[in-house]
Design a protein around this ligand. Sequence first.
Ligand code: AMP
Length: 126
Amino acid sequence: MRAAYDDQNIFARILRGEIPSDRVAENDHAIAFRDIRPQAQVHLLVIPKGAYVSYDDFAANASDAEIVGFNRLVAQVARDQGLSLAEGGKGFRAITNSGEHGVQEVPHFHLHLMGGHDMGRMVSPR
Ligand code: AMP
C-alpha cells in the first residue's frame, strides 16, 4: 500500500506554477530550486515532477526513466553549483527526510543538496 499523496502540498503547487520558486535547473522528470530558508551557503531542493511522497515511495514506484532523470539532475546541479568533486569542488551533503521520524515538512519527495562550506556532523546526538 502506498501513502496517500496530498496534491495541495507546497511543492505540488510549485510544480503547477501556482506559487513561484527560484528555479535553477529542470529536465523532463525533475526540477531544482533554492530552498526558501537556506541552511547552508548553497541549499537547493531537487524534486521529481511525479507525485511521490517520500524517497522510498519514489524508489519503489517511479519508472526507470524518472529515477534516472531525477538523479541526473542532482548530478547536473552539483556540477553547476561548483560542488562536484569531479569539477574540483569540495563536495556536498544530500539529505532526504521521510515522515514523522525523518521530520519531513513537505510531503512531496525532495532531496536537499547543501554545500559551500564544511557541513559539520551528520546528525546531533540524541
Ligand atoms: P523537509 O523538512 O525535508 O520536508 O524540508 C522542506 C524544505 O522545504 C525546508 O527546508 C523549507 O525551507 C523548504 N520550503 C518550504 N516551502 C518552500 C518554498 N515555497 N520554496 C522553497 N523551499 C521551500
